[in-house]
Design a protein around this ligand. Structure first.
Ligand code: T3D
Length: 261
């Protein structure tokens, strides 16, 4: 990527996107939001990429919007437009990318950094990680999708408590609340994330992607609509190489060789 505050590397079917401003706990500048959005777009287009890891360099995942940049804003600056043109594109891009995204949450995920962490599909956290809705500390309301993600993940009471206290939720509590899937020692985080991503990258990528679409759309559907949508998606999955291979491999009692198509 041209923006060095975002690192992008592909190896063995896995794209690793690293937020890279460790001196500010990976606070998002405008360039960084654009860089991250572009990195996810590239991972979506590249057929070689079948799973993605998002992590942060240094001791933070992301501390959210860069407050130094906020203070430099001049004239009639619209935060609403900034959100629409920045974080909304990033988060929508992540949610509509039909490949699994693993959040390797290495440290604190605060403010918009928490929203971006929650927009990953599955999260593995370092035992040093934490989640924090920092917004109320600076007199803002939660944004970056946190109002959508959090009540669904942890229930309204806990989500609202996180919003109005801005307390840090440590990794073990995040695990108990369902904010993360696994917690591992900090020095084993990337090894574990890479092993998990590698396994996903040899799976039926098309089916994984359609599953992501099905589950995210089902939130806004009645049961009847969700059932109908599932049957539509199953028609697509059933036309894939991987479905034919999966059935054949089962009948031949051998591991399936999925190609992701
Ligand atoms: O404006 C819009 O576009 C609307 C969008 C808003 C979205 C948002 O994200 S609003 C929320 C913004 N984020 C915050 O309010 C969090 C601010 N940071 C903190 O509260 C704390 O840094 C943390 C709780 C995250 C971590 O605390 P700690 O003690 O572990 O670290 P620290 O010492 O505070 O920070 C380390 C360095 O990172 C420090 O720099 P220094 O003193 O070593 O030069 C600190 O200033 C810098 N840093 C941390 N967060 C930010 C930051 N610099 C700029 N922006 C930050 N968000």
């Amino acid at each position: 990527m041209s923006e060095e505050s975002i690192l992008y590397a592909v190896s063995d079917g896995v794209a690793t996107i690293t937020l890279n401003r460790p001196q500010a706990l990976n606070a998002f500048t405008d360039g960084m939001i654009k860089g991250a959005t572009a990195a996810f777009k590239q991972a979506g287009k590249d057929n070689e990429v079948r799973a993605i890891i998002l992590t942060g360099a240094g001791r933070g995942f992301s501390s959210g919007q860069d407050l130094g940049e906020v203070q430099e804003r001049q004239g009639e600056f619209s935060i609403g437009e900034h959100l629409r043109k920045g974080y909304h594109r990033l988060i929508t891009g992540m949610m509509t990318l039909e490949k699994p995204i693993i959040g390797a949450i290495n440290g604190i995920a605060a403010g918009a950094g928490c929203g971006v962490a929650l927009a990953t599909d599955i999260r593995i956290a370092s035992d040093k990680a934490s989640f924090m809705l920092a917004f109320s500390k600076i007199g803002l309301v939660p944004d970056s999708g946190t109002n959508w993600f959090l009540p669904r993940m942890v229930g309204y009471g806990r989500a609202y408590e996180m919003a109005i206290t801005a307390d840090r939720i440590p990794a073990e509590q995040a695990l108990a609340w369902g904010l993360v899937n696994r917690v591992v020692p900090g020095d084993q985080l990337m090894e574990n994330a890479q092993a998990w991503a590698g396994k996903l990258a040899s799976g039926p990528t098309l089916a994984f992607g359609l599953t992501k679409r099905a589950m995210n759309r089902a939130w806004g559907m009645s049961l009847a609509e969700a059932l109908e949508y599932e049957s539509y998606l199953q028609e697509l999955a059933a036309r894939s190489h991987d479905f034919a291979e999966g059935v054949q491999a089962f009948l031949e009692k051998r591991p399936a060789q999925f190609e992701g198509k």
